[in-house]
Ligand binder design. Structure first.
Ligand code: PEP
Length: 249
């Protein structure tokens, strides 16, 4: 049985004190929650939020990390620095990183392997652009991003990987994939994992949906067989909007 994994990506929102306030509220609200939880504040708030979530049922996530452990990489943040702050999970390959900051599959794969080699969990985001969906290429794009993102990852390390299917056209737009369309891609992606690692690994793989997930559509999405949680942006920025998703049955 896969456990739902509900994760909040706070993107470039909230000062450290605002992040602490929200994290403190969530610690109280979700303390008896039945699912796995993570929040990913900005780098600047990680240290402060780390102290709030330490020892709770909410994991600390980062939104990105460098391809390198250390060195002359102005403006980057390394896996060693994240671990030092108590980060347990890192989101990699988010569509904003892929499309705005031009991260390619090779770069994302390097980050995935580096994070895993340091014991971090990884949320690997995959998803197609609107024009790719309209051209009938959604599966092809997700397959390529999954295979390339996981290239060289051992079966053992795969246990620390969550895949987030995030159709780019649904992120922050208010448009959500229908539960049926999302489930179809999740099922297809699970098939790719089965092909790469075998059925048991595919059955165990948690695949989150992301893209305008909100209280009013979460239940229908999560009811689908292959949707095992959510990576949530906008609705994760307030306890009032995150809590109903996080406590969804
Ligand atoms: C995201 O950025 O991962 C995301 C899913 O955002 P939103 O929920 O705002 O669409």
């Amino acid at each position: 049985m896969r456990k739902y994994f509900i994760a909040g990506n706070w993107k470039m929102h909230k000062t450290a004190s605002e992040a602490v306030a929200l994290a403190s509220e969530l610690v109280k609200e979700l303390k008896d929650g039945p699912h796995k939880y993570m929040i990913a504040p900005s780098f600047t708030a990680l240290d402060a939020v780390s102290k709030v979530v330490k020892g709770t049922n909410i994991l600390l996530g980062a939104q990105n990390m460098s391809t390198d452990e250390q060195g002359a990489h102005t403006g980057e943040v390394s896996v060693l620095q994240l671990k030092d702050l108590g980060v347990q999970v890192v989101i990699l390959g988010h569509s904003e990183r892929r499309h705005t900051y031009k991260e390619d599959d090779a770069m994302i794969n390097k980050k995935v392997k580096l994070a895993l080699s340091h014991g971090l969990e990884v949320i690997l985001c995959v998803g197609e652009l609107l024009e790719e969906r309209e051209a009938g290429k959604a599966e092809k794009v997700c397959e390529e991003q999954t295979r390339k993102g996981l290239a060289g990852v051992s079966a053992d390390d795969l246990k620390k990987v969550t895949i987030a299917y995030e159709p780019v056209w649904a992120i922050g737009t208010g448009k959500t994939a229908t539960p049926e369309d999302a489930d179809a891609i999740h099922k297809f992606t699970r098939g790719i994992i089965a092909d790469m690692y075998g059925k048991a690994a595919a059955d165990a793989m948690v695949i989150q949906y992301g893209g305008s997930m909100k209280a009013d559509n979460a239940q229908a999405l999560l009811a689908k067989e292959n949707i095992d949680g959510g990576l949530i942006g906008g609705a994760a920025l307030k306890a009032d909007t995150f809590k109903p998703i996080a406590l969804c049955k």
